[in-house]
Ligand binder design. Structure first.
Ligand code: SF4
Length: 437
């Protein structure tokens, strides 16, 4: 609920540019109250999503105009699409603040995590794409954000595009992220792209195992591999398997115990393929939603959660507002957070951690390198979820690239299959790649 004493003040900036954890309807009663009291036109503001809600507010007389900022960064065509009766094609702002406010806070140009045109309209613009002069058959393997974006832009340029996805659902890792508490709206990223593919007539095949043999039979001119990534743990090997390991492309962190049976990935937790219980230690090695979201998911399941970060803050890289609200929920849900702490070893029902920095060695090279200190064991641990990096699923790309059967076929890769990253980077990369097809 909105705290009426602090709406939009400097001490509650998450109510000025509300992140996804602030409910989209929380501002309605403020807008209503303003409208009832004002003798001048009222402009309604504050996460008016989905965009159709704007029309509802106007129709109900609860506002005279709609003030959108982030929604128009995410999709400047929002009013036109509403006017045309196509709300299904609107790219919704997901209230992440990861690119727009993140950039402007640093006095940099505006960006958006899933609108690559924002702030770069001359370079990345769906409306000014140059149609291809040689129509080709393009096959995209993988239905995560990178694969979907390549398929969309290639189709917009006039190519004949087919997209193959191993599971029954499009979305890839975004589907897992959307299961994290207060984070469902991230699913709008791939929902938008899926709607575009439908509109553009891209052939989408789900539940398909895209083997080299199956791909060869499709007689494509270009194949774009967008098979994503997986947690960089010894057990996880669905697609980042034997070939890339044999080539020495897997470097699993040298932490004893990562292969123990009660050590699981955040993907396994969020997909529901494992069901941790009791005391769970989650390691936040990257500072974004992956560990924080999985930890909160586990807390909601009733686990006793301890979340350990090597950084100065848990979920350090989140937008400040989103992070503050996460920390509040973590406190409410009884999660224990430790910072400045690194994972050293996992033993039977125990986890060894240490302070990331030591003041004990300040001479010679000691002042440049990480020297853990204050080593201690966390005891009676039932499950461990280390979020310590991901690795590309690149076996299929490597196989096709070296196969004589695919001579003359352009074999490309995109997104996490190149290097695991956040949505903004892979969508931009996918747009750029599709422009060259
Ligand atoms: S970066 Fe996120 S919050 Fe900002 S406009 Fe884009 S989707 Fe909305």
């Amino acid at each position: 609920m909105v705290d009426e004493t602090k709406e939009g003040s400097g001490s509650s900036f998450w109510m000025e540019i509300p992140p996804a954890a602030v409910a989209a309807t929380d501002f309605d009663r403020i807008n209503r109250a303003l409208k009832a009291a004002a003798r001048i036109p009222v402009i309604a503001f504050g996460r008016i999503t989905p965009a159709q809600r704007a029309e509802d507010l106007l129709r109900a007389g609860e506002a005279d105009m709609i003030g959108w900022a982030r929604q128009l960064i995410a999709d400047p065509q929002t009013p036109n699409k509403l006017k045309e009766g196509r709300p299904d094609l609107i790219r919704s702002c997901i209230a992440c603040n990861d690119a727009c406010t993140y950039q402007t806070a640093q006095e940099k140009g505006i960006r958006c995590v899933h609108n690559p045109s924002a702030g770069r309209e001359r370079h990345f613009n769906e409306r000014t794409l140059i149609p291809t002069s040689r129509k080709r058959k393009v096959v995209v393997v993988g239905g995560g954000p990178a694969g979907l974006k390549v398929a969309e832009i290639a189709a917009r340029r006039g190519h004949k595009v087919a997209l193959l996805e191993r599971s029954r659902e499009l979305g890839g890792q975004v589907n897992l992220a959307a299961r994290q508490p207060e984070h469902a709206v991230v699913g709008e990223v791939t929902a938008y792209l899926e709607a575009q593919l439908g509109e553009l007539g891209v052939e989408v095949r789900r539940g398909v195992d895209a083997t080299a043999e199956a791909l060869g039979a499709l007689r494509a001119d270009a194949i774009v591999i967008a098979t994503g990534s997986e947690p960089n743990l010894p057990k996880a090997n669905s697609g980042a398997g034997a070939l890339s390991a044999a080539l020495g492309l897997h470097v699993v962190p040298d932490i004893p115990g990562l292969d123990l049976r009660f050590v699981v990935s955040c993907d396994e937790v969020l997909s529901g393929s494992v069901h941790p219980h009791g005391k769970v230690v989650v390691i936040d090695g990257n500072g974004d939603w992956e560990a924080a979201g999985a930890a909160e998911f586990l807390a909601d399941l009733g686990c006793e959660v301890e979340l350990i970060a090597s950084h100065a803050l848990v979920a350090e890289d989140l937008d400040g507002g989103a992070r503050t609200l996460f920390h509040r929920r973590a406190a409410i849900k009884g999660m224990r957070l430790r910072t400045g702490c690194v994972l050293l070893e996992i033993g039977e029902r125990r986890v060894q951690v240490a302070a990331a920095f030591s003041s004990g060695n300040d001479a010679g090279w000691g002042k440049y390198v990480l020297i853990p200190s204050d080593v201690q064991w966390i005891e009676d641990v039932d499950w461990v979820v280390p979020v310590i990096g991901r690795r590309s699923r690149e076996d299929l790309f490597l196989e096709l690239k070296s196969s004589a059967d695919f001579e003359g076929v352009e074999i490309l890769r995109v997104g996490d299959c190149v290097a695991p990253r956040l949505i903004q980077s892979v969508i931009m990369e996918a747009f750029d790649l599709a422009r060259t097809l």
